[in-house]
Design a binder for this molecule. Structure first.
Ligand SMILES: Nc1ncnc2c1ncn2[C@@H]1O[C@H](COP(=O)(O)OP(=O)(O)O)[C@@H](O)[C@H]1O
Ligand SMILES: [Mg+2]
Length: 364
């Protein structure tokens, strides 16, 4: 088996798995200074965009293509490339297709999609000026595109809304939900979908702190919220997106209204994956490889499922004990360190909440 990976930044997370599976690895990257270029069997530096990867895939005669792109902007080009390569050359591309990316890469379109398929989402309106505001304050103001909290503001007063409009001339304006933030990964391939255990990412705050900067835990244990409901809704969303790869979804649970709300979908590798793997033993990036080599199935996922208590803590620069090889895997480790220097996080797991507490103390 020979696979083409697009993008090197996440490659160290799965290098060990690609090698273990005896897969021949070809990788394209547009930045010759990028990390991990020493890991694959062959590397091609190509211009930005999908023409380079497509040429390399054909020239190298690869069996499948696995994009490893953790940011939103290139996803639509990947989706067009997928449709072309799959239909013209019959090479599977393990990624979301055009319709799924169009619906999920724009938060405004995603709202409409939720409504269409009957999934609850916070009340909202599209604002063109502050005086159109009908929702009660506080509200959350967003742009259609963005990730990691970019261009998002919690407005507590009308002055806050006016201030936001100094910078933007339109906003997706959403009712502020007080409650728990939950993420879940769904894996999809060839019409089969599996929703992995949900992860708890902390409480929403009026200052809009992004979950990237909070302590998170798995599995999600929020009083009054049934994880089966989260998995059921996530499955329904993924099935209606009708595409391949990883679907990471954000939800909020309001204890006051006893209501689960869908917030957004990301059709790419995402920050929830370490906690998902720690919690249930399934690694979404490795599953992309399995999809590419014909080893992804619901039965295989079920066989792998484990149950651990896990947590992820932002540590900045990790100085604790060194993990064992392969360092990005939980196979021989009860913790994994990830993220760039200064923004490192450690994800740890144990058989009980008490053991987890002891482990975290040792690591941080
Ligand atoms: N309706 C809301 N109520 C309360 N907090 C929200 C709401 N929408 C977003 N937030 C806060 O902003 C964060 C980022 O919003 P999100 O829509 O997930 O965009 P991003 O793509 O930047 O992650 C959320 O994780 C949450 O902390
Ligand atoms: Mg989000």
């Amino acid at each position: 088996m020979k696979l083409l990976f697009i993008g090197s930044r996440l490659y160290d997370d799965i290098d060990w798995y690609v090698k273990r599976k005896g897969i021949e690895s070809v990788l394209t990257e547009s930045n010759e200074e990028a990390i991990n270029l020493e890991l694959p069997d062959q590397v091609f530096i190509v211009p930005r965009g999908m023409d380079g990867p497509k040429q390399v895939a054909l020239m190298q005669n690869v069996d499948a293509i696995v994009p490893l792109i953790g940011i939103d902007p290139p996803l639509i080009d990947v989706a067009y490339m997928k449709e072309e390569i799959e239909s013209e050359y019959c090479i599977p591309v393990i990624a979301a297709g055009v319709r799924a990316v169009e619906l999920t890469s724009d938060k405004i379109k995603t709202k409409g999609f939720y409504e269409e398929i009957g999934v609850d989402t916070p009340n909202y309106q599209i604002l063109h000026s502050p005086d159109e505001l009908k929702l009660d304050l506080p509200v959350v103001l967003k742009q259609g595109q963005g990730q990691g909290g970019k261009d998002i503001k919690v407005a507590k007063t009308i002055e806050d809304v006016e201030e936001y409009f100094n910078e933007f001339d339109q906003a997706l304006c959403e009712e502020f939900i007080e409650g728990a933030e939950i993420s879940i990964e769904v894996l999809g391939f060839n019409g089969e979908y599996v929703a992995l255990p949900p992860i708890y990412k902390g409480e929403t705050t009026l200052d809009g702190t992004h979950p990237l900067n909070k302590v998170k835990t798995g599995p999600c244990m929020v009083e009054g919220l049934d994880n089966n409901l989260v998995q059921h809704v996530a499955y329904k969303v993924a099935k209606n997106l009708d595409s391949d790869g990883i679907f990471e979804m954000d939800f909020m649970f309001s204890r006051k209204n006893n209501q689960l709300y869908a917030i957004e979908v990301n059709t790419r590798p995402n920050g929830t994956r370490y906690l998902t793997t720690a919690t249930c033993g399934v690694n979404s990036l490795c599953e992309l490889v399995n999809m590419a080599i014909g080893e992804f199935s619901l039965a295989n996922i079920s066989d792998k499922l484990q149950y651990h208590y896990s947590t992820e803590i932002p540590v900045g620069n990790y100085i604790g004990p060194a993990p064992k090889e392969p360092v990005k895997s939980f196979e021989d480790n009860d913790f994994v360190v990830h993220g760039p220097e200064g923004y490192q996080r450690v994800t740890a797991r144990a058989k009980s909440a008490e053991e987890l507490e002891n482990l975290v103390e040792k690591l941080t």
